[in-house]
Design a protein around this ligand. Structure first.
Ligand SMILES: [Zn+2]
Length: 263
């Protein structure tokens, strides 16, 4: 009897999906793998000194893996920054300039500054901040990580994906990416073809301009996805190109940030 109960409990545990919190395992690795290709030799050496044999792609998942450990609970708000719908560029920039809350924007700035201290920063903190930074820059390209506070970035918008219950945040964390059925290295190879103009534009964008750029997609997703929708082939067709561009931009942007830190 006891074991049956245990089985039921375990099945329920796996049946109810976790609240989505980040690009899934694949999304982060794709961003990391793409970034790796745009790092300077100097940056690569500096990163290796911190992470050893752990690649940028593999380091990217650590901040999600440690979420169940209470010792790291304080990091849970570092993955996103919420915005109401209908922000103008000026409103958003003013908000970001004044932002002192514990969120992805302030924490990325904080970690960049910490990592620039180089020898003054203890090795264990370098490892922590570098893994977090690699992860959170990726998150900031997932449109629902800039979502509205009242629906917790789409987590409260319940709908179905091919008739299976999910929420909007999870669709963008995992469902759309998993649907492509590619490994992270295959995925990176498929989408890593920016034009020269795209690369130039993306590489000179500031951090806050990048957030604005992603927010345009956040608004589009909210406008075109409603609670109780059943999303399937059409939704994939509609958004897959935009999602792939976000993953690619995420990689390029991450490399620019890392190259700037370790220059
Ligand atoms: Zn995350």
């Amino acid at each position: 009897m006891k074991s049956i109960r245990k089985i039921i409990f375990i099945s329920l545990f796996f049946y109810f999906p976790f609240t989505g919190n980040a690009w899934g395992v694949l999304g982060h690795r794709i961003v990391g793998q793409i970034a790796d290709g745009y790092l300077t030799a100097k940056t690569k050496t500096a990163i290796q000194k911190i992470l050893g044999f752990e690649s940028v792609a593999m380091a990217s998942n650590w901040p999600d893996f440690i979420k169940s450990d209470p010792a790291y609970k304080y990091l849970s708000q570092w993955h996103y920054v919420n915005f109401e719908s209908g922000q103008s560029y000026q409103q958003m920039q003013a908000f970001l300039k004044a932002d002192t809350a514990t969120d992805a924007f302030t924490k990325v700035n904080f970690m960049v500054n910490e990592l620039k201290k180089n020898k003054l920063l203890p090795q264990d903190m370098k490892v922590l901040y570098l893994r977090m930074l690699i992860h959170v820059i990726g998150d900031l390209h997932q449109p629902m990580h800039l979502g509205r506070p009242d629906d917790r970035g789409g987590n409260a918008i319940k709908l179905t994906w091919f008739n299976n219950p999910v929420n909007l945040h999870q669709v963008w964390d995992e469902k759309l990416i998993d649907f492509q059925q590619l490994s992270y290295t295959e995925y990176a190879a498929v989408i890593n073809h920016p034009s020269k103009e795209q690369l130039k534009t993306w590489q000179k964008r500031t951090f806050s301009e990048n957030i604005w750029d992603t927010y345009a997609l956040t608004e589009k997703v909210y406008a075109e996805t409603k609670a109780n929708d059943n999303l399937d082939y059409l939704y994939n067709f509609k958004f897959v190109a935009a999602m792939n561009e976000q993953l690619l931009k995420g990689g390029v942007h991450l490399a620019s940030v890392l190259n700037d830190i370790f220059k």
